[in-house]
Design a protein. Structure first.
Ligand SMILES: *Cc1c(COP(=O)(O)O)cnc(C)c1O
Length: 409
């Protein structure tokens, strides 16, 4: 595999700015906050041009210079495709929106955008000599971890809340992770990993507790900008759990501006949560920089059922700096948007993706999103992983076929 130059200069505590050396094993900073990877952006900008990208494969490894992996041999490839941006013209005219675009992340390996972050985390784990990883998950992250770690010969322990979607539990276990169901929340699973890691020799792959998943999620921002010919949409609606994707895209836009590939325009970043678990929305509304843990979290959108996010202030900073907002939608609105998108546009969203459509509909009505804005929704996983309420009818071959019945169904 071809080698690329890398431009990582150091890591930095996202809270205190304290500098940490690259090429060493790191979890959270001493302040207990996420570490961010920093690059020599001057050198990066000189080393690669927009045109260079054109001859590369349509996969997110095309952004190698923006990523921390030094040796190509450490990369496990499962087909990290660039995901399509789908138009939604019928919803657009129905709700009076400038333009609705849906970034369909369900096309990635293991059927969700968790593959972006995990592909990077696992490549870096290989690079740094890690042999065992552990993770709390609501489902998709564990599935991606199981797949990439099996491919990379890294042993994996995955802890899920017991009400994690059944298909997620099965894919995690089937793809080789030791899989445990916990009668609590993802934060309880995180505690099991945190308290056990020393004795068990685990590397903690929790969201934002290692520095590299965010670099993988950053490729969403690089990719969407390239796909829009180095423009950004007016508004991005992002279903926010741990917030890695929102923080990662924000980082991508800043890096792209630093090397002169995009201007100073930013999308208004909208963090979408469910009414039954909306810690970021509460903090946004109350004007605080940190979010209080949400008590009794409950929503059908399991990917955003995250009662406490270690990167809360990074989400809130990005939302505020971008002039965006945080908003909660009800499970009823999620269910309605899910079905509406499937039946009008033929696009099968995941419930979290449906939450972004529900938020768009709600906020076009409230006026917080304007009718001339170009809006990008994030569908983070394939809808095929989730239950669908559907109506169907039975035909008994032991009787004459009743075409009138069929016509009138
Ligand atoms: C993980 C996940 C989310 C939340 O993503 P974060 O970047 O952690 O906020 C949303 N939707 C789905 C389907 C997910 O799996």
């Amino acid at each position: 595999m071809k080698e690329y130059p890398t431009f990582v200069s150091h890591l930095e505590c996202s809270y205190t700015g304290k500098v940490y050396p690259a090429d060493q094993l790191h979890g959270l900073s001493e302040a207990g906050k996420p570490l961010l990877v920093k690059y020599d952006l001057d050198a990066l900008g000189k080393a690669i041009s927009k045109d260079d990208l054109k001859s590369r494969l349509p996969e997110f490894w095309r952004y190698r210079e923006f990523l921390p992996v030094r040796k190509s041999a450490n990369i496990v490839r499962l087909g990290e495709v660039m995901t399509p941006i789908l138009p939604a013209p019928k919803l657009q005219s129905r709700y009076g929106c400038g333009e609705i675009l849906i970034k369909d992340e369900g096309r990635l390996p293991t059927g969700s955008f968790k593959a972006r972050g995990i592909a990077l985390a696992v490549a870096m784990a290989k690079e740094l000599g890690i042999t065992t990883m552990a993770m709390p998950t609501n489902g998709n992250a564990g599935a991606a971890l199981a797949a990439y770690c099996s491919a990379a010969d890294i042993e994996t322990y995955v802890f899920c809340p017991e009400d994690t979607p059944q298909v997620n539990i099965e894919e995690i276990a089937f793809q080789g992770a030791k899989t445990f169901l916990v009668n609590g929340y993802i934060t309880d699973c995180g505690r099991i990993v945190g308290e056990g890691k020393q004795a068990m020799g685990w590397f903690d792959a929790s969201t934002l507790k290692e520095p590299y998943r965010i670099e993988g999620k950053k490729t969403m921002g690089l990719e969407l900008a390239e796909q829009l010919d180095w423009e950004v949409p007016d508004v991005i609606l992002y279903p926010t759990g741990g917030g890695t994707g929102l923080i990662g895209m924000w980082k991508a836009f800043n890096e792209l501006e630093a090397i002169g590939w995009i201007g100073s325009k930013r999308p208004r970043m909208v963090a979408v949560q469910a009414e039954g678990c909306a810690p970021i929305v509460k903090a946004f509304d109350e004007g605080t920089r940190h979010a209080e843990p949400w008590v009794n979290a409950s929503t059908i959108a399991s990917g955003i059922r995250v009662p406490a996010a270690v990167g809360d202030f990074l989400i809130l900073d990005a939302v505020r700096e971008s002039d965006g907002f945080a908003v909660a939608v009800s499970d009823e609105a999620i269910i309605a948007a899910h079905e509406e998108c499937a039946k009008t546009e033929g696009i099968l969203l995941c419930p979290e993706g449906a939450a972004t459509l529900a938020a768009l509909i709600q906020e076009l009505a409230s006026g917080r999103i304007k009718s001339d804005e170009q809006v990008m929704l994030f569908n983070c996983a394939t809808g095929l992983k989730y239950p669908m309420q559907s109506e169907h009818h039975n035909i008994d071959l032991g009787k004459p076929i009743d075409y009138d019945f069929i016509r009138n169904c």
